[in-house]
Design a protein around this ligand. Structure first.
Ligand code: ADP
Ligand code: ZN
Length: 739
């Protein structure tokens, strides 16, 4: 469509711009300008299709920085928007603000943030019609009891989702298909299901005195726009019941609410709990959903129909037009930190989103992050404590087992003290849980004859034996190989020995010691399917299991009423990692996992196997003195200028050639602009020196809290040599991973 060329100086009518910036969801430095086709109406946030090179992209119309004039690009060089996606709700203005903020802060191209906001491809296509079945025809010639039940269930004449009708009648889906073939049921398009309204006041719990006080403080602090509350209550104190009150408040005010939770495996129990409380299932958002379900949730959020969304960290990037509350449950959890593509900390970004959208934020945890606790101490967040458990007599009593004194027998991993405690627990008909944060059977396999160790050919890591799956596996790149009969180095037979325990090996020991006990292993590699995992969790809850052996999968959120004893097989494991949060993380993880015990009538008990009983983390756990731990850890961070008292950024340089990667890291380091208060440390070979055949070098930027670390790195990167060939450079602001 040829238009007369305009003089660039002609004023462009305000409401009919004929070129607009469009942000394409790719790693590009900025939005590009496109011509608006005649008659098309677009504004910032409108989704359009644009050509870029030979490819067409769904993209979002963006906006120019305030006061900026349209670029003076000759019109002939501009390409035209190919189509406007009228059926897709536009991105609300706040999503544009948020995308820009996140891009600036994390030093990522804004298009990559937009890409996260658009990660529901089905939302950008017309929703496919969904079909159900309805009872319209005569009964089939051949009747069976199953068929009779279906006819009874479908009698109401409504259009049923096939799986729901099968469930209601207690038959397999095949029976329904048979009735469709017989002409008794007909297939009809499902009506557009309008989400059921949530009822803020449906099933309110009667709160205890302490809970009421907390709820009132929380309601008070969430009423007037942006404010952050730290709901800091021991496990089982009823934090969820308390923040349900503020969700109810948001819903009653006609606002949308978002609850973020770290583990998708937990969502099913949590969704059921929300449904009980508010009378309808909330919308869910996580990577386990099908594309079409993601598309439906995305649209329902954008259209304001989804009132309550429960999701993983990426739910923060959904296009809420009317968000009135964000709850970050288990706010200390490391799962909130995303490391690939755009690296961001979702808890921190939730606070930013709340600030931009003038909406309150609630952070909830039994073991708050140091960052949040310091913010509360300094008055930026309101601290709302809950000190008592709701039902249980008290918190589990914790004790350390000094492994130097009470050592396990040769070839065993459980101390006699722990074994005795398990025996007592099982005798009383109660459950025990053994926690070891290590998948597989053994972390290292070696040859007794020649000392050969199985190492991953692509990574600087040992191959982990997975006995149930009969193979050796690298936990960093996923490479696996069968366990050989003989040593690949010296050829000796039956010379291979497994060193150290993983959960599978602990399960083996439990089977030997307590052959009668019903066991369940919870480990992500053994229960890769969410449905199986949920089933195992249900079995534990219903006390169909006596001993649970699990990785950190068991640490989070679950409510196991029959659990009396938690044994931590290796309490020192997390302390060995020398990163700035090792102590904090260990304290949180061990508090969480031992907090699974004694949630109801049964008094709980936790035993920590350790070689370092004098370590401050273990001392604080055993003494039940969390305040001492936090005080000490906060003082240590302040002293060292570590977060939140100082700021960190990590720069990782990698390449397939070791010398090239190291040289590049040195050159980048040399280009660092001089600064008085900002330090650049390194390059140093990363602790995991090789992953997937890539050699890795780290630089660490350390700055005072008030420094603009982003501005510094931006300036630096402008002057630094560019990564070419196989070399890569990635920047992580506020890093959590130092490996
Ligand atoms: P937290 O989130 O602090 O770990 P929850 O909110 O999950 O605690 O509460 C622990 C258990 O106690 C849950 O089963 C919950 O339903 C129950 N509970 C807590 N407070 C109440 C209450 N006021 N009335 C009834 N049940 C409660
Ligand atoms: Zn590997």
């Amino acid at each position: 469509m040829a238009k007369p060329e305009q003089e660039p100086s002609l004023p462009i009518p305000e409401n009919a711009p004929d070129t607009v910036p469009v942000l394409v969801p790719l790693a590009l430095p900025a939005p590009y300008d496109y011509l608006v086709p005649e008659g098309a109406r677009v504004s910032p946030g409108t989704f359009v299709v644009v050509p870029l090179g030979p490819v067409k992209y769904a993209a979002a119309v963006w906006r120019r920085p305030e006061g900026a004039a349209p670029p003076k690009i000759p019109r002939k060089r501009l390409r035209e928007i190919l189509g406007v996606l009228d059926g897709v709700p536009p991105l609300p203005p706040l999503s544009l603000d948020f995308a820009e903020w996140v891009a600036d802060y994390t030093l990522t191209p804004p298009g990559m943030v937009l890409r996260m906001m658009m990660s529901a491809t089905a939302a950008f296509e017309p929703p496919p019609p969904r079909y159900g079945v309805r009872l319209t025809g005569p009964p089939p010639e051949r009747m069976t009891p199953a068929r009779t039940r279906v006819l009874e269930a479908a009698e109401n004449g409504l259009i049923w989702v096939k799986s729901l009708l099968a469930e209601a009648a207690g038959v397999s889906p095949g029976v329904i298909d048979g009735l469709v073939d017989a002409g008794t049921l007909t297939t009809e398009p499902l009506p557009d299901t309008v989400a059921r309204e949530l009822d803020p006041s449906r099933l309110r719990a009667t709160l205890s005195e302490e809970q009421t006080a907390a709820a009132n403080q929380l309601l008070d602090n969430t009423r007037g726009g942006f404010a952050v509350s730290l709901l800091d209550g021991v496990t089982g104190s009823g934090k969820t019941e308390v923040y349900f009150e503020v969700i109810a408040q948001a819903l009653a005010a006609g606002k949308q609410a978002l609850v973020m939770i770290p583990e998708i495996a937990l969502t099913s129990a949590f969704l059921a709990r929300c449904e009980e409380r508010f009378g309808a299932r909330p919308a869910e958002w996580h990577s386990g959903l099908t594309q079409s379900a993601r598309g439906r949730t995305w649209r329902a959020v954008a259209e304001g129909k989804a009132q309550l969304v429960v999701g993983a960290r990426s739910a923060l990037f959904l296009p809420f037009p009317n968000l009135g509350l964000i709850v970050v449950d288990e706010e200390h959890d490391q799962a909130y930190k995303q490391e690939d593509r755009v690296s961001y900390q979702a808890r921190d970004m939730a606070v930013v989103r709340g600030h931009l959208g003038k909406c309150p934020v609630v952070l909830s945890s039994a073991t708050p992050s140091i960052e949040s606790l310091v913010n509360a101490e300094q008055g930026r967040y309101r601290h709302i404590p809950l000190r008592a458990r709701y039902k249980a007599a008290g918190l589990p009593g914790l004790a350390a087992i000094d492994m130097r004194k009470d050592a396990p027998e040769k070839g065993a991993w459980l101390s006699p003290v722990l074994v005795d405690a398990m025996a007592e627990t099982l005798e009383r008909g109660e459950q025990a849980l053994l926690f070891l944060n290590r998948r597989g059977y053994a972390p290292l396999t070696l040859c007794r004859k020649c000392g050969y160790r199985f190492e991953c050919p692509n990574c600087s890591a040992w191959m982990v034996e997975h006995r149930f799956r009969h193979r050796l596996e690298c936990h960093h790149c996923g490479k696996f190989a069968p366990i050989p009969e003989e040593c690949p180095s010296c050829g000796a037979e039956e010379s291979l020995v497994a060193c150290g325990p993983g959960v599978e090996r602990i399960a083996e020991e439990v089977a030997e010691r307590f052959p009668e006990a019903r066991r369940a292993i919870l480990s992500s590699d053994l229960t890769p399917r969410i449905a199986d995992l949920r089933e195992t969790l249900r079995e534990i809850e219903d006390r169909e299991v006596d001993v649970v052996i699990g990785t950190q999968l068991v640490a989070k959120g679950h409510h196991f009423p029959g659990l009396a004893l938690v044994g931590v097989v290796d309490a020192d494991l997390g302390l060995a990692q020398g990163d700035p949060r090792a102590a904090e993380r260990t304290f949180q993880l061990l508090s969480q996992v031992t907090g699974r015990a004694g949630r109801e009538a049964i008094p709980g008990r936790g035993l920590l196997q350790t070689y370092l009983p004098e370590h401050p983390v273990l001392q604080a756990l055993v003494a039940g003195d969390r305040d001492a731990f936090y005080a000490q850890e906060i003082a240590a961070r302040r002293e060292a200028g570590m977060p939140p008292f100082g700021r960190l950024a990590s720069i990782l340089i990698s390449g397939t050639d070791r010398a090239a990667a190291e040289n590049h890291a040195r050159e980048v380091a040399r280009a660092a602009p001089p600064a008085d208060t900002i330090q650049v440390l390194g390059p140093a070979e990363a602790p995991l020196a090789v992953i997937r055949g890539r050699y890795r070098y780290r630089l660490l930027v350390k700055a005072p809290r008030e420094a603009d670390i982003q501005a510094y790195i931006r300036l630096w990167m402008e002057n630094a040599p560019k990564a070419r060939g196989s070399l890569r450079l990635s920047i992580d602001i506020d890093p959590y991973n130092f490996l």
